[in-house]
Design a protein around this ligand. Sequence first.
Ligand code: ADP
Length: 247
Amino acid sequence: MGSKVGAPEKLIVNGKRLDGRKANEMREMEIEVGVIPNADGSAIVTLGGTKVICSVYGPKEVLPRRNLDTEQAFLNCVYGMASFSTSERVRPGPNRRSTEISKVIADALAPAIFMERYAGMEITVIMEIINANAGTRTAAINAASVALADAGIEMRDLVCSIASGKADGTLMLDLFEPEDNFGEVDMPIAILPRTKEITLLQMDGILTKAESKKLIDMSIKACEEIYEIQKKALQKKYATETQQETE
Ligand code: ADP
């Protein structure tokens, strides 16, 4: 945030963002389900230059046993960045940022899952960022919720997520890297689209109350679009499987 070395002079030129998008335009999103045969569920999400692969394992025995929860599932979320995912090599292994992101992702996903139906069991969600261009935690949430559904985990709804913000004084959807790094505000959000329950809301920077409301409304609309893409990706996998079974 703020004036860092290498900051572009402007983030909006002639009413367009540096990648040509309008303020309320998302990057193109693609989702593919069932991409890792050895996982119980999996998905790849591509959102512009951000790409994440997610695999889900379980429900299975809780290991180590100290993580056992007899009331509900132990939802073990692990977010990581591949060393080649950014322009500067990322040191492999967990760090403060990845530990925090793993925790907020687990909190964003848990309300969608019938956690009590998996009491005493573990559901593991591994999210690896293959290429990072902002919005990696939100892309990971979109991938994880689809991968959980693919694994047959019983859910109330999918979870849809987007990171929006403010740059050059303009509220905008789905920040890409220069806007995330040099803009004024970054606000990742996740919702359960059917009830509009918000399961993740973080904010870096300052907005007025009216701006926050407007940005949340813009983000919820984008999440509804993401919901359709997620459902289509799941339907595509299962339609293909059904077709193969009948052949
Ligand atoms: P998010 O990816 O969820 O938006 P951040 O706001 O922490 O999370 O990161 C914003 C962006 O900054 C990332 O998507 C990535 O493009 C870049 N970034 C994050 N960590 C690193 C890193 N260690 N090296 C280079 N770029 C990074």
